[in-house]
Design a protein around this ligand. Sequence first.
Ligand SMILES: Nc1nc2c(ncn2[C@@H]2O[C@H](COP(=O)(O)OP(=O)(O)OP(=O)(O)O)[C@@H](O)[C@H]2O)c(=O)[nH]1
Length: 556
Amino acid sequence: MRRIPPYQTFKFKITALLVLMVMLASVLVGGASLVVAEREMRAVIGNQEMATLAGAAAYLDRDISSKQQVLRVLAEGLQATPVPHGQVQAQLEQRSGLRDEFANVAALDRHGQLIANLQDRRMVGKLNSHGRQFFRDTLAVRDSVVSAPFRSVLTGRPVVAVTQPVLGAAGAIDYVLVGTIDLQRPAFAGQLQALRGHASGKLFIVAADGTTVYHPDPTRLLAREAPGSLAHAALSGPDGWRVDLQDQGRATMLAHTRLKRVDWTIALAMPLQDVFAGMDGVRLRALGTAALAALLAGLLGWWLMRAMLAPLYQLYGRVLALGRAEGDVEQFNSARRDEFGQLSRAFYQVSRQHQTAERNLQRLATTDPLTGAHNRRMFDEFFPQALKRAIRAGQQIGLAVLDIDHFKDINDNHGHQAGDAVLVQFADRLRQAVRSTDTVARIAGDEFVIVFEHLDAAHDVNLLGEKVVAAMKAPFNVNGKALEVTASIGIALTTELPADVEKVMLAADQALYCVKAAGRNGFAVNCVGAERMLSVRDFGAPAKADKKPTWPSSRL
Ligand SMILES: Nc1nc2c(ncn2[C@@H]2O[C@H](COP(=O)(O)OP(=O)(O)OP(=O)(O)O)[C@@H](O)[C@H]2O)c(=O)[nH]1
């Protein structure tokens, strides 16, 4: 039988299906978990960034607030003991702590004229800041203001200014103290840099008008941010974080919050790829786990399939053995309660039906349908073998050829059906007359044969002929009518003959011919017996009962 390629086997297909299903399930579950985890992680990271920014904003608010406080305390001191404008410079220089707090502290009279400058007293009188917005605002609100960032004329560095008006005795503004904060001073930049969190994070501060207050790239300081930039995005939305922005072609997470003391927004931008770098590893591990699970499932599936399909392979082996006539169909009558048991029992039933049909066919092929006796075909197969068996066993075998006398007349006078009924009864009587080991066959219309087996040498062969003749003595019952039926019988014996089928049959035929020639209704063992029978009839024995042959057999 043709061998199935391994990849076409049911086992392989089920295993492949199992592997695919496990992989699919792993990918689906893993993928869904990753999506959820990623979303959760975004929220966690976003909230972390917001907390960082809140800390940074609080730090800046405190810083500016403390600087305003320093100036306020200074202003209150100067108000308590008013000094002429010319001595303000000396007052400032006496407060050594001011240099730690500010890049520079200056004083402007009500017209914006520089009346004191801590960093460089030579500038006094040479500068007027009347046009500066923070100066005008301070005069307008009569209180401390924080300026927009600008480049200091005095230091050339980007700064913001914190102001504090000093009031005169009449309550009017006498002069304005201006403390500048260097936006590039290392302490300020260092603090903000430390707050940016992720290495690739970019922390920046932008004023409400779009001017950059702080940026890790010094060239961006004081620059106006264009619409579409991250700074613009931070200014345009409420405090919070988002992941839908691009920065230099890279998806970016932006968190931003407004300061309380000044109208600044502090923001932190980070490439999403860096934020979720850990997720790539998780993704890879999830994939690896899925592949490993699929492999294990495949191996387990293969092993399970082998174990589960073992009964099927056993069944297959039994069918093959049965095909080689090595097995018994009974072994398929399985008691298993599963599908394999069902299949085996179904095969068993079909095989049994097949066997029965075969036997019926065999029987039909070897049986005469009218009389139920064996037919010519069976006799032709059987007799040569019976002859051989008898010769091997050193036994005699007798072959009787029988012909119903004047059967044509029965047909003609009583009808064909009556003829059939005679044939059936004739066969029945023959079977009852002989032993069960003897074989009766109908070989032509009204011609029968009997094979007598297991005859020992001393057996009186005449008894065989007598038995058959006696069996036909009683009238036949045909449609309620009694009918006298006789037969002519020619018998041949093997011990007297060479073991040759043709010759045995010829001898029996010759004996039959002799009986017929002698007037029918009797038997002869070979020809001599027929002659004796003829002589009996010649002696005038008209009644059927008188025709019983009592003579000994002769030899050819
Ligand atoms: N009813 C019936 N008749 C059959 C059957 N087969 C053959 N016959 C008839 O049997 C008759 C046989 O006749 P024969 O053997 O020639 O002659 P017979 O009348 O027996 O004459 P003898 O043998 O010389 O006594 C024929 O008429 C056949 O048609 C059958 O199955 N049924």
